[in-house]
Ligand binder design. Structure first.
Ligand SMILES: CC(C)(COP(=O)(O)OP(=O)(O)OC[C@H]1O[C@@H](n2cnc3c(N)ncnc32)[C@H](O)[C@@H]1OP(=O)(O)O)[C@@H](O)C(=O)NCCC(=O)NCCS
Length: 251
């Protein structure tokens, strides 16, 4: 399993790196935030796939890779029109995107969050009783919020594995982490988690990079944490970017 980070400032100008389908889809997006996020996720996805299959990452080569969506919204990849036999997952937050590439077609999920305030109402409404206990017992400077965002992120990753996304009740998946308080420490080290669902227990990993918390979950496998692909941006140094605020509508 491999992962790659890209930032909004790295996204190429122009459309050469997109397929005609991707460019057409982007052109329907009138809100800058939505379009920027779509393009950033495409760029992270294409760069990750190019690195994994051994293609260059110039615009023309990236244009041979299509990052498409199934009816569920789950992504899949075509290279020169042929479906790639690896599952991928995409996420972005505040100008930074992550692509996780599986070793095969086993479903994978990734989710990136910022450690931001999460209210008691949020914790009560979206987390299970056992998860609420984890949040309640978290220590550290930003312990409550860090634990709540970690659990939320792992839920989103698991719901991507299940292909339901937030169509499902978030309490149908339960996150288990051994040492949630350590999410307050910006260690950039992978640590284990698991997610219990009706479909079984999924293995996963999490890490705290600066203000970000990242989780990965897979249907099976994941004995080792994901490996960073070459030239991946460094989330531990990444500043959140909200460039769309100055220009909310695409002109
Ligand atoms: C999956 C979901 C929770 C992620 O939302 P988010 O946290 O705001 O966004 P993230 O940046 O972390 O992830 C977005 C990516 O999740 C992936 N994704 C979307 N739906 C997915 C699903 N059902 N299963 C797995 N992955 C999914 C996509 O790759 C998407 O990026 P893309 O559209 O550019 O390909 C959310 O999109 C969702 O609940 N989707 C299903 C419900 C829905 O309304 N779908 C719209 C129909 S297409």
């Amino acid at each position: 399993m491999q992962w790659l980070v890209r930032g909004e400032s790295q996204v190429p100008r122009g459309h050469q790196w997109l397929t005609a389908t991707e460019a057409a889809r982007a052109s329907t997006m009138r809100y800058t935030k939505r379009r920027n996020e779509y393009l950033l996720r495409r760029y992270a996805g294409k760069c990750a796939v190019a690195a994994v299959v051994g293609h260059p990452s110039d615009a023309a080569s990236l244009g041979r890779i299509a990052v498409l969506n199934r009816v569920t919204g789950a992504p899949y990849v075509e290279v020169d029109g042929r479906t790639l036999d690896m599952d991928i997952s995409l996420t972005d937050r505040a100008g930074w995107a992550v692509c996780l590439v599986g070793p095969d077609l086993r479903a994978v999920g990734v989710d990136l969050e910022i450690v931001e305030p999460r209210s008691d109402g949020f914790v009560r409404d979206f987390l299970t009783p056992a998860e609420r206990e984890i949040v309640g017992g978290a220590s550290g400077s930003d312990g409550h919020d860090a634990a709540a965002n970690l659990i939320w992120s792992a839920k989103e990753s698991a719901l991507k594995v299940l292909r339901t996304g937030l169509r499902a009740d978030t309490r149908t998946v339960e996150v288990v982490v051994a040492e949630p308080s350590s999410v307050s420490r910006r260690t950039s080290q992978w640590q284990r988690l698991s997610v219990v669902s009706a479909a079984g227990t999924f293995p996963g990993w999490w890490r705290r990079d600066g203000v970000f918390v990242l989780t990965v979950v897979a249907a099976a496998g994941l004995a080792d944490p994901p490996q960073a692909l070459p030239d991946s941006a460094d989330l531990s140094q990444a500043e959140p970017v909200h460039s769309w605020v100055d220009r909310p509508l695409v002109e």
